[in-house]
Design a protein around this ligand. Structure first.
Ligand SMILES: Cc1cc2nc3c(=O)[nH]c(=O)nc-3n(C[C@H](O)[C@H](O)[C@H](O)COP(=O)(O)O)c2cc1C
Length: 303
Protein backbone atom coordinates (compact mmCIF):
# COMPACT_ATOMS: atom_id res chain seq x y z
CA UNK A 1 0.00 0.00 0.00
CA UNK A 2 1.35 3.42 -0.98
CA UNK A 3 1.01 6.16 1.60
CA UNK A 4 -0.02 9.36 -0.21
CA UNK A 5 -0.59 11.37 2.96
CA UNK A 6 1.19 14.65 3.67
CA UNK A 7 1.25 17.01 6.66
CA UNK A 8 0.93 20.74 6.14
CA UNK A 9 0.52 23.43 8.78
CA UNK A 10 -0.39 20.88 11.43
CA UNK A 11 -3.08 19.30 9.23
CA UNK A 12 -2.97 15.73 7.97
CA UNK A 13 -4.04 15.38 4.31
CA UNK A 14 -4.93 11.88 3.04
CA UNK A 15 -3.26 12.79 -0.25
CA UNK A 16 -1.53 15.88 -1.73
CA UNK A 17 -4.24 16.67 -4.30
CA UNK A 18 -6.46 19.69 -3.67
CA UNK A 19 -8.82 21.64 -5.92
CA UNK A 20 -7.86 25.29 -6.48
CA UNK A 21 -9.89 28.32 -5.49
CA UNK A 22 -12.32 29.75 -8.02
CA UNK A 23 -12.48 26.60 -10.14
CA UNK A 24 -14.37 24.37 -7.71
CA UNK A 25 -17.23 26.63 -6.54
CA UNK A 26 -17.96 26.03 -2.84
CA UNK A 27 -17.22 22.32 -3.27
CA UNK A 28 -20.89 21.31 -3.22
CA UNK A 29 -21.21 21.98 -6.97
CA UNK A 30 -18.77 19.09 -7.52
CA UNK A 31 -20.27 16.71 -4.95
CA UNK A 32 -22.57 15.17 -7.56
CA UNK A 33 -19.76 14.77 -10.07
CA UNK A 34 -16.98 13.26 -7.95
CA UNK A 35 -16.53 11.72 -4.49
CA UNK A 36 -15.28 14.69 -2.47
CA UNK A 37 -14.10 12.29 0.27
CA UNK A 38 -11.28 11.13 -2.00
CA UNK A 39 -9.65 14.57 -2.22
CA UNK A 40 -6.92 15.77 0.10
CA UNK A 41 -8.96 18.95 0.25
CA UNK A 42 -10.28 21.88 -1.74
CA UNK A 43 -10.18 25.67 -1.63
CA UNK A 44 -13.44 27.60 -1.79
CA UNK A 45 -14.11 30.49 -4.13
CA UNK A 46 -12.57 33.66 -2.63
CA UNK A 47 -14.77 34.94 0.21
CA UNK A 48 -15.19 38.64 0.98
CA UNK A 49 -16.98 40.37 3.85
CA UNK A 50 -19.86 41.50 1.57
CA UNK A 51 -21.20 39.60 -1.48
CA UNK A 52 -19.57 40.67 -4.77
CA UNK A 53 -21.01 40.61 -8.29
CA UNK A 54 -17.64 40.53 -10.01
CA UNK A 55 -16.61 42.19 -13.26
CA UNK A 56 -18.63 42.96 -16.43
CA UNK A 57 -18.73 40.25 -19.17
CA UNK A 58 -17.10 38.77 -21.17
CA UNK A 59 -15.14 37.29 -18.26
CA UNK A 60 -13.61 34.15 -19.78
CA UNK A 61 -11.60 33.70 -22.99
CA UNK A 62 -9.93 30.50 -24.17
CA UNK A 63 -6.28 30.78 -25.20
CA UNK A 64 -3.68 28.30 -26.46
CA UNK A 65 -3.01 25.94 -23.57
CA UNK A 66 -5.12 27.86 -21.11
CA UNK A 67 -7.64 30.58 -20.47
CA UNK A 68 -7.92 34.20 -19.40
CA UNK A 69 -10.45 35.11 -16.71
CA UNK A 70 -11.63 38.34 -15.18
CA UNK A 71 -14.32 36.96 -12.87
CA UNK A 72 -13.30 39.55 -10.27
CA UNK A 73 -13.98 37.55 -7.12
CA UNK A 74 -17.72 37.16 -7.51
CA UNK A 75 -18.96 35.42 -4.34
CA UNK A 76 -21.90 35.12 -1.96
CA UNK A 77 -20.06 36.75 0.96
CA UNK A 78 -18.52 35.04 3.98
CA UNK A 79 -21.65 35.08 6.18
CA UNK A 80 -23.77 33.33 3.55
CA UNK A 81 -20.95 30.80 3.09
CA UNK A 82 -20.91 29.98 6.81
CA UNK A 83 -24.72 29.79 7.06
CA UNK A 84 -25.64 28.11 3.76
CA UNK A 85 -22.64 26.09 2.54
CA UNK A 86 -20.61 24.99 5.56
CA UNK A 87 -23.36 22.91 7.23
CA UNK A 88 -23.49 20.73 4.07
CA UNK A 89 -19.71 20.59 3.67
CA UNK A 90 -19.24 19.20 7.19
CA UNK A 91 -20.54 15.84 5.95
CA UNK A 92 -17.43 15.24 3.87
CA UNK A 93 -14.13 13.74 5.03
CA UNK A 94 -11.90 16.23 3.28
CA UNK A 95 -10.21 19.48 4.30
CA UNK A 96 -12.16 22.61 3.41
CA UNK A 97 -9.79 25.55 2.96
CA UNK A 98 -11.51 28.94 2.93
CA UNK A 99 -9.95 31.30 0.38
CA UNK A 100 -10.12 34.84 1.78
CA UNK A 101 -10.09 38.20 0.08
CA UNK A 102 -10.47 41.85 1.18
CA UNK A 103 -10.07 45.31 -0.29
CA UNK A 104 -7.98 46.34 2.74
CA UNK A 105 -6.12 44.49 5.52
CA UNK A 106 -9.03 45.26 7.90
CA UNK A 107 -11.44 43.52 5.55
CA UNK A 108 -9.30 40.37 5.47
CA UNK A 109 -9.36 40.38 9.28
CA UNK A 110 -13.16 40.84 9.29
CA UNK A 111 -13.62 37.82 7.01
CA UNK A 112 -11.34 35.71 9.22
CA UNK A 113 -13.33 36.67 12.33
CA UNK A 114 -16.56 35.40 10.72
CA UNK A 115 -14.85 32.17 9.58
CA UNK A 116 -13.39 31.57 13.05
CA UNK A 117 -16.93 30.79 14.25
CA UNK A 118 -17.64 28.46 11.30
CA UNK A 119 -17.31 24.82 12.25
CA UNK A 120 -15.75 22.72 9.47
CA UNK A 121 -13.10 25.03 8.01
CA UNK A 122 -9.61 23.47 8.23
CA UNK A 123 -7.43 26.43 7.19
CA UNK A 124 -7.45 29.86 5.60
CA UNK A 125 -5.83 30.69 2.28
CA UNK A 126 -5.17 34.43 1.85
CA UNK A 127 -5.48 35.60 -1.74
CA UNK A 128 -3.03 38.48 -1.91
CA UNK A 129 -2.41 37.93 -5.59
CA UNK A 130 -5.60 38.42 -7.63
CA UNK A 131 -4.87 40.31 -10.86
CA UNK A 132 -8.57 41.07 -11.41
CA UNK A 133 -9.18 43.66 -8.73
CA UNK A 134 -7.59 47.07 -8.40
CA UNK A 135 -7.05 47.18 -4.66
CA UNK A 136 -6.08 44.56 -2.11
CA UNK A 137 -5.01 41.83 -4.52
CA UNK A 138 -1.73 42.17 -6.40
CA UNK A 139 -0.82 45.44 -4.69
CA UNK A 140 -0.29 43.56 -1.42
CA UNK A 141 1.15 40.42 -2.97
CA UNK A 142 3.87 42.24 -4.87
CA UNK A 143 5.27 44.10 -1.88
CA UNK A 144 7.07 41.99 0.77
CA UNK A 145 6.39 44.56 3.54
CA UNK A 146 2.67 44.87 2.77
CA UNK A 147 2.35 41.10 2.46
CA UNK A 148 4.05 40.63 5.83
CA UNK A 149 1.89 43.30 7.51
CA UNK A 150 -1.29 41.62 6.29
CA UNK A 151 -0.08 38.16 7.34
CA UNK A 152 0.72 39.44 10.83
CA UNK A 153 -2.69 41.11 11.19
CA UNK A 154 -4.49 37.93 10.10
CA UNK A 155 -2.34 35.67 12.30
CA UNK A 156 -3.26 37.76 15.35
CA UNK A 157 -6.95 36.76 15.00
CA UNK A 158 -6.91 33.49 13.03
CA UNK A 159 -7.85 30.38 14.99
CA UNK A 160 -6.76 28.11 12.11
CA UNK A 161 -3.59 27.72 10.04
CA UNK A 162 -2.94 30.52 7.55
CA UNK A 163 -1.73 29.74 4.02
CA UNK A 164 -0.63 32.78 1.99
CA UNK A 165 -1.17 32.59 -1.78
CA UNK A 166 1.62 34.39 -3.62
CA UNK A 167 1.61 36.36 -6.84
CA UNK A 168 3.72 35.50 -9.89
CA UNK A 169 4.13 39.25 -10.39
CA UNK A 170 6.30 39.86 -7.34
CA UNK A 171 9.76 41.05 -8.33
CA UNK A 172 11.25 38.33 -6.15
CA UNK A 173 9.01 35.46 -5.07
CA UNK A 174 11.72 34.37 -2.60
CA UNK A 175 11.66 37.75 -0.89
CA UNK A 176 7.86 37.75 -0.46
CA UNK A 177 7.98 34.11 0.67
CA UNK A 178 10.57 34.91 3.36
CA UNK A 179 8.66 38.01 4.49
CA UNK A 180 5.36 36.20 5.03
CA UNK A 181 7.13 33.25 6.69
CA UNK A 182 8.75 35.68 9.16
CA UNK A 183 5.29 37.23 9.74
CA UNK A 184 3.95 33.85 10.87
CA UNK A 185 2.46 32.21 7.75
CA UNK A 186 1.97 28.47 8.26
CA UNK A 187 2.31 27.59 4.55
CA UNK A 188 2.43 29.15 1.08
CA UNK A 189 0.41 28.58 -2.08
CA UNK A 190 2.34 29.31 -5.28
CA UNK A 191 0.93 30.65 -7.57
CA UNK A 192 -2.07 32.68 -8.75
CA UNK A 193 -2.80 33.59 -12.40
CA UNK A 194 -0.55 35.77 -14.58
CA UNK A 195 -1.92 39.02 -16.02
CA UNK A 196 -2.62 38.64 -19.73
CA UNK A 197 -4.64 40.08 -22.60
CA UNK A 198 -6.30 38.92 -25.81
CA UNK A 199 -7.53 41.01 -28.78
CA UNK A 200 -10.46 40.46 -31.15
CA UNK A 201 -8.81 41.53 -34.42
CA UNK A 202 -12.12 42.15 -36.26
CA UNK A 203 -13.75 44.30 -33.59
CA UNK A 204 -10.28 45.62 -32.63
CA UNK A 205 -11.36 45.36 -29.04
CA UNK A 206 -10.03 43.46 -26.03
CA UNK A 207 -11.72 40.07 -25.65
CA UNK A 208 -12.29 40.59 -21.91
CA UNK A 209 -14.64 43.21 -20.48
CA UNK A 210 -11.90 44.38 -18.14
CA UNK A 211 -9.31 44.48 -20.99
CA UNK A 212 -6.84 42.31 -18.99
CA UNK A 213 -7.31 39.12 -17.00
CA UNK A 214 -5.56 36.23 -15.29
CA UNK A 215 -3.93 33.55 -17.44
CA UNK A 216 -4.19 29.97 -16.14
CA UNK A 217 -3.85 26.41 -17.44
CA UNK A 218 -0.96 24.36 -18.93
CA UNK A 219 0.56 27.46 -20.59
CA UNK A 220 1.72 28.74 -17.17
CA UNK A 221 3.06 25.46 -15.75
CA UNK A 222 6.82 25.95 -16.33
CA UNK A 223 6.63 29.40 -14.71
CA UNK A 224 4.75 27.93 -11.74
CA UNK A 225 7.23 25.06 -11.29
CA UNK A 226 10.09 27.58 -11.30
CA UNK A 227 8.36 29.76 -8.71
CA UNK A 228 7.57 26.80 -6.44
CA UNK A 229 11.21 25.75 -6.65
CA UNK A 230 12.40 29.28 -5.74
CA UNK A 231 9.90 29.66 -2.90
CA UNK A 232 10.65 26.20 -1.46
CA UNK A 233 14.38 26.96 -1.49
CA UNK A 234 13.74 30.24 0.36
CA UNK A 235 11.56 29.05 3.27
CA UNK A 236 11.15 26.12 5.63
CA UNK A 237 7.31 26.21 5.77
CA UNK A 238 5.48 23.95 3.28
CA UNK A 239 4.72 25.20 -0.24
CA UNK A 240 1.60 24.14 -2.14
CA UNK A 241 2.18 24.14 -5.93
CA UNK A 242 -0.42 25.47 -8.39
CA UNK A 243 -0.39 26.29 -12.08
CA UNK A 244 -1.38 24.28 -15.15
CA UNK A 245 -1.59 20.86 -13.51
CA UNK A 246 -3.58 18.37 -15.60
CA UNK A 247 -1.90 15.01 -15.01
CA UNK A 248 -0.16 13.07 -12.23
CA UNK A 249 3.13 13.70 -14.07
CA UNK A 250 2.52 17.46 -13.83
CA UNK A 251 1.81 17.09 -10.10
CA UNK A 252 5.01 15.08 -9.62
CA UNK A 253 7.10 17.82 -11.25
CA UNK A 254 5.86 20.24 -8.59
CA UNK A 255 6.40 17.78 -5.73
CA UNK A 256 9.94 16.93 -6.79
CA UNK A 257 10.66 20.68 -7.23
CA UNK A 258 9.61 21.27 -3.60
CA UNK A 259 5.80 21.28 -3.26
CA UNK A 260 4.32 19.42 -0.29
CA UNK A 261 0.94 19.33 -2.06
CA UNK A 262 -0.62 20.62 -5.27
CA UNK A 263 -3.83 22.30 -6.40
CA UNK A 264 -5.68 21.72 -9.64
CA UNK A 265 -7.59 24.68 -11.12
CA UNK A 266 -8.49 25.19 -14.79
CA UNK A 267 -8.29 21.44 -15.57
CA UNK A 268 -11.49 20.93 -13.49
CA UNK A 269 -13.45 22.74 -16.23
CA UNK A 270 -12.41 20.31 -18.96
CA UNK A 271 -12.79 17.24 -16.75
CA UNK A 272 -14.49 17.43 -13.32
CA UNK A 273 -12.93 14.03 -12.49
CA UNK A 274 -9.35 15.18 -13.14
CA UNK A 275 -8.37 15.37 -9.44
CA UNK A 276 -9.34 11.72 -8.87
CA UNK A 277 -7.36 10.67 -11.97
CA UNK A 278 -4.31 12.54 -10.64
CA UNK A 279 -4.60 10.72 -7.27
CA UNK A 280 -4.76 7.36 -9.10
CA UNK A 281 -1.77 8.38 -11.26
CA UNK A 282 0.29 9.28 -8.17
CA UNK A 283 -0.47 5.86 -6.67
CA UNK A 284 0.58 4.13 -9.90
CA UNK A 285 3.86 6.12 -10.10
CA UNK A 286 4.74 5.34 -6.47
CA UNK A 287 4.03 1.64 -6.98
CA UNK A 288 6.10 1.55 -10.17
CA UNK A 289 9.01 3.44 -8.56
CA UNK A 290 8.81 1.47 -5.27
CA UNK A 291 8.08 4.62 -3.28
CA UNK A 292 6.33 3.78 0.01
CA UNK A 293 5.49 7.32 1.08
CA UNK A 294 4.94 10.15 -1.37
CA UNK A 295 6.23 12.65 1.20
CA UNK A 296 9.71 11.18 0.70
CA UNK A 297 9.67 12.68 -2.81
CA UNK A 298 9.09 16.30 -1.75
CA UNK A 299 11.94 18.56 -2.85
CA UNK A 300 14.16 15.71 -3.98
CA UNK A 301 15.21 17.47 -7.18
CA UNK A 302 18.91 17.15 -8.03
CA UNK A 303 20.29 20.27 -9.69
C1 LIG B 1 -12.08 31.28 -13.15
C2 LIG B 1 -11.03 31.37 -12.10
C3 LIG B 1 -11.34 31.94 -10.86
C4 LIG B 1 -10.36 32.03 -9.86
N1 LIG B 1 -10.70 32.57 -8.64
C5 LIG B 1 -9.75 32.60 -7.64
C6 LIG B 1 -10.10 33.08 -6.33
O1 LIG B 1 -11.24 33.44 -6.04
N2 LIG B 1 -9.09 33.13 -5.39
C7 LIG B 1 -7.81 32.70 -5.65
O2 LIG B 1 -6.95 32.74 -4.76
N3 LIG B 1 -7.48 32.20 -6.87
C8 LIG B 1 -8.42 32.15 -7.85
N4 LIG B 1 -8.07 31.63 -9.09
C9 LIG B 1 -6.68 31.16 -9.34
C10 LIG B 1 -6.57 29.63 -9.21
O3 LIG B 1 -6.91 29.20 -7.91
C11 LIG B 1 -5.15 29.16 -9.57
O4 LIG B 1 -4.22 29.76 -8.70
C12 LIG B 1 -4.76 29.50 -11.02
O5 LIG B 1 -5.86 29.35 -11.89
C13 LIG B 1 -3.59 28.66 -11.54
O6 LIG B 1 -3.90 27.29 -11.52
P1 LIG B 1 -4.46 26.46 -12.82
O7 LIG B 1 -3.52 26.77 -13.95
O8 LIG B 1 -4.46 25.02 -12.39
O9 LIG B 1 -5.84 26.99 -13.10
C14 LIG B 1 -9.04 31.54 -10.11
C15 LIG B 1 -8.75 30.95 -11.35
C16 LIG B 1 -9.71 30.86 -12.34
C17 LIG B 1 -9.35 30.22 -13.66
Amino acid sequence: MTDLSVDIAGLHFKNPVLAASGTFGYGLEFAELIDLNQLGGFCTKGLSIEPLEGNPPPRIVETHGGMLNSIGLQNIGVRAFVEQKLPHLRRYQTHVIANVFGFSPDEYVDVIRVLNDGDGVAAYELNISCPNVKKGGMEIGNDPNEAARLTEAVKRVARRPVIVKLSPHAQSIAEVARAVEAAGADALSVMNTILGMSVDIYARRPRLGTVMGGLSGPAIKPIAVRMVFEAAQAVSIPVIGIGGIVTAEDALEFIIAGASAIQVGTANYADPGVTIKIIDGLKAYCRQQNIERIRSLIGTIRC
